[in-house]
Design a binder for this molecule. Structure first.
Ligand code: SF4
Ligand code: SF4
Length: 251
């Protein structure tokens, strides 16, 4: 039940983070070059105050990184678009190799267009982008092509390998995590594991969940625990979050 709540909360935060990203092309959150201000959901921050929202974003990121020391790779499983992409393309129903390839290209295109447009729109409204591109403006064309190409390269070519080896957050998390960081533990005391491998098929990080969920690449997304519940019946899972307690000093 606790896992259900965790997943619902994770889905809600993921949805909110996508909505914040999508609000940028609609100019609810953007840097208005003409007005020389940052717009944030109705509020305007001019030259003298525009660092307030930026400080707010940095504070939020520091909070997530700080929480990661205790709760694991929360940024990845709750906020990162790459994790959301991996969840979409790694669903077991996308099983056959050729079908998965098509799904990967489709979601890669969608995510690459979205993220490219989010970054461009932060500085230029869509109508300006179209006008500039139509007039052959090289900076906007070059930036757009470079961003789109870079995202496609990551989504199609690297996927979870980027999360494990290339993402700066993976390095930060690796440096900050300790023996007190939450891990996803596998315990098969009653020998009820049926070896169905649903936990492996669903893992966005392509981990052998039963053996690697305690490692630094696990994002604590809870999908393996859910898949196991599906296999073993309601309320039964062989995966559990483990929050280690600090050892108390012996007097
Ligand atoms: S091992 Fe489980 S919790 Fe960890 S990333 Fe894979 S599915 Fe998510
Ligand atoms: S989903 Fe559960 S039962 Fe199936 S292989 Fe994984 S741990 Fe075993």
């Amino acid at each position: 039940m606790a896992g259900d709540l965790y997943t619902k909360r994770r889905r809600l935060i993921q949805t909110l983070s996508v909505l914040v990203l999508l609000s940028i092309p609609f100019r609810f959150f953007c840097f208005d070059l003409d007005g020389e201000c940052i717009r944030l959901f109705g509020a305007e921050f001019g030259l003298a105050t525009m660092f307030y929202p930026l400080f707010g974003i940095v504070a939020l990121l520091l909070l997530v990184v700080g929480m990661g020391m205790k709760k694991g790779r929360l940024f990845c499983s709750h906020l990162c678009p790459m994790h959301l992409f991996l969840e979409k393309v790694n669903r077991p129903k996308n099983g056959s190799a050729s079908h998965r390839k098509g799904i990967v290209w489709l979601w890669s295109l969608l995510f690459s267009v979205m993220l490219t447009e989010v970054i461009l729109s932060f500085f230029q409204p869509l109508e300006n982008q179209i006008k500039l591109a139509a007039s052959g403006n090289l900076p906007i064309l070059g930036t757009g092509v470079a961003l789109f190409g870079g995202f496609m390269f990551l989504f199609v070519g690297y996927q979870e390998r980027f999360c494990k080896k290339g993402c700066p957050y993976a390095l930060i998390q690796m440096l900050l995590q300790s023996d007190l960081t939450r891990t996803m533990k596998f315990a098969n005391r009653e020998k009820t594991c049926t070896n169905c491998r649903k936990c492996e098929d669903i893992c966005p990080m392509n981990l052998r969940a039963r053996f690697e969920s305690k490692g630094p690449d696990c994002t604590n997304c809870n999908l393996c625990a859910e898949a196991c519940t599906t296999e073993l019946g309601k309320g039964n899972t062989l995966f559990h979050f483990h929050d280690p307690e600090p050892e108390t000093a012996v007097q």
